[in-house]
Design a protein around this ligand. Sequence first.
Ligand code: 2AM
Length: 183
Amino acid sequence: NDHKQERLFFALALDSPGNQPAFHQLCQLAQALPGEGRRVPDSNLHLTLAFLGLVDEQQKAHLMDLTSAITVPSFTFHASVLKYRKRNRMIWLGGNIIPAPLAQLASDLKEAAIQTGLEQEERSYKPHITLKKQVRQRPDPMPENVDFSFYFQHFGLYISEQVNTARGSGVRYRCLRQWPLTP
Ligand code: 2AM
């Protein structure tokens, strides 16, 4: 079982208790987006911190050890930029400002991934929440004046897994472990 590999990533949950009103509004915005495409299910909405790809058991244990040593303060993220990205055919919600603790957390996790032998992209971290995929054309109209704030006190390690239900198959993101940010 040593060679079992899982598709993992670090992320921030958007539906934590203090964020319920913002999360609810975000789900409504995602539902109201006009045009075609595949909406990310509410339960899968998240803010990625670092993408890890396929990770084996030994790497996962190492990664968790390194992650447990990270100390970053809690922070608020303002998401107010709704974008259609033609290149990857996605609609995502981002921010104008990256809070320093968020940049630090993403950077520390990227370092932990590199220390674990996992490949990491060169490009700089751009926080975003993917709302819709496989969108071939810019929705018209694109909602304007969006403004969400999320307060984060935890971050987590997530697994991306294939699930088969009566309604068909799909992907589900499940939290394996959470770590607190400092007060
Ligand atoms: P996306 O929403 O922008 O597609 C789980 O798949 C999470 O990891 C998603 O947030 C997804 O980002 C991200 N992800 C998937 N594949 C990736 C890759 N090759 N590089 C960076 N992020 C990726």
